[in-house]
Design a protein around this ligand. Structure first.
Ligand code: NAD
Ligand code: ZN
Ligand code: ZN
Length: 381
């Protein structure tokens, strides 16, 4: 089969690989019809995730058709159109039993924190992902769901990570009626988080980024007030000024570790307040939330990011909520919101590319060229 293959930082190729086989009776093999490139894939692409081995196929956002099932699989049949959450999880361990699917104990013996994620380095279990013609899906009775007939394929694809994660970010922010919510990052996750914030009762939603085309999208897609941080010496001071010098009630970090070289060229280091490589958006979040407020972190920080302003967070009495999203927990509610039209997930898709051109997709998405928000790989594009 043809598959995206990682060959080192900023180097991805499409190569031939054997079609994956059933390795365990709980496995299914899925023929991928749609896959997406995620902001999380950029962390891998930029070489920021430890133990990302050359030869790995990325892709934790995919849907497709069941091609084969192992002997013990009950819930899926060959020919089913399925959506697969980005988490690989067993469904029965201590953590899965508590809905913490992203922290499953059984899928990733090397990890102390995260569970399994498709196509996300050996730090996350070493599973090949779905940016390929076929993918092996372990615990096939647990994660995947048959896509309802009424659901559009691209909408289903965006329900495998980006939309549930944005929604989860807003949930973790613990928004109360009428509150002011700031979202750092106007990528797919931030856009969905901002739209979700209204749903949870926000009275004011403010989105911060430096990419004007994404802020314009936030204004229409999420009806947000937007500010381009490149236009301010200190965006935190600006945020304080527009929130009665108190700060926002809730802040969502939908940025995470940001290492894109192109990004750093946009503004000077002084403007960024680079502090020995500490996470910028997270520190801005801690600085711009009011005392007693909540910071929700769904932006992903790899194991090497530890220089958090923890002392300030403690002294402000903040609640910090964070996790990788347990995708399937969000599905029942989100299926309803997609069905009733509150969310049209594929509104944010800007690029549809064939697998053979995926390297170009990575480049465009990483360098934020061509007004790219969400590139997806379509089997017959
Ligand atoms: P993306 O790269 O498309 O978007 C990130 C956005 O943040 C960009 O528009 C960028 O310009 C902006 N940005 C960078 N620095 C900023 C700053 N200091 N302040 C404000 N904006 C800033 O990525 P995405 O797909 O939207 O994902 C966002 C983050 O969420 C990534 O870190 C990704 O790994 C993470 N993620 C987490 C989960 C989870 O389960 N927790 C799931 C999916 C994605
Ligand atoms: Zn993702
Ligand atoms: Zn488990």
């Amino acid at each position: 089969m043809r598959a995206m293959v990682y060959r080192g930082p900023y180097k991805v190729r499409v190569e031939s690989k054997p079609i994956p086989a059933i390795e365990h009776p709980n496995d299914a093999i899925v023929r991928v019809t749609h896959a997406a490139i995620c902001g999380s894939d950029l962390h891998l692409y930029h070489g920021m995730m430890p133990d990302t081995r050359p030869g790995m196929t990325f892709g934790h956002e995919f849907i497709g058709i069941v091609e084969a099932v192992g002997g013990s699989v009950q819930n899926l049949s060959v020919g089913d159109r399925v959506m697969v959450p980005f988490n690989v999880y067993c469904g029965t361990c201590y953590f899965c039993a508590r809905g913490l699917y992203s922290n499953c104990h059984n899928v990733n013996p090397n990890a102390t924190a995260v569970g399994g994620i498709y196509g996300y380095s050996h730090t996350c279990g070493g599973y090949d992902g779905g940016q390929a013609e076929f993918v092996r899906v372990p615990f096939a009775d647990v994660g995947p769901s048959v896509i309802p007939d009424w659901m559009d394929s691209e909408d289903a694809l965006l329900l495998t990570d980006a939309l549930p994660t944005g929604y989860f970010g807003a949930q973790l922010a613990d928004i109360r009626q009428g509150e002011t919510v700031v979202v750092f990052g106007a990528g797919p996750v931030g856009l969905y988080a901002a739209r979700s914030a209204w749903f949870m009762g926000a009275g004011r939603v403010i989105v911060i980024d430096h990419l004007q085309y994404r802020l314009d999208k936030a204004a229409t897609f999420a009806h947000a007030e937007t500010y381009n941080f490149a236009e301010y010496d200190d965006v935190v001071v600006h945020l304080k000024n527009i929130t009665d010098n108190i700060g926002a009630d809730r802040v969502i970090d939908a940025v995470g570790a940001e290492a894109d070289g192109n990004f750093l060229q946009h503004v000077t280091a002084a403007k960024f307040k680079l502090q020995g490589g500490s996470p910028i958006a997270l520190n801005w979040a801690i600085d711009s939330v009011r005392k007693g407020g909540t910071v929700s972190v769904v932006g992903a920080y790899g194991p090497m990011f530890s220089a958090v302003k923890f002392g300030d967070a403690m002294n402000k009495g903040l609640t910090l909520n964070m996790n990788q999203c347990p995708v399937k927990r969000q599905w029942p509610r989100l299926f309803e919101h997609v069905r009733d039209g509150y969310f049209k997930p594929n509104d944010i898709v800007t690029h549809r590319i064939p697998l053979e051109h995926i390297a170009e997709g990575y480049h465009i998405f990483s360098a934020k060229l061509d007004d790219c928000i969400k590139p997806i790989v379509v089997a017959d594009a």
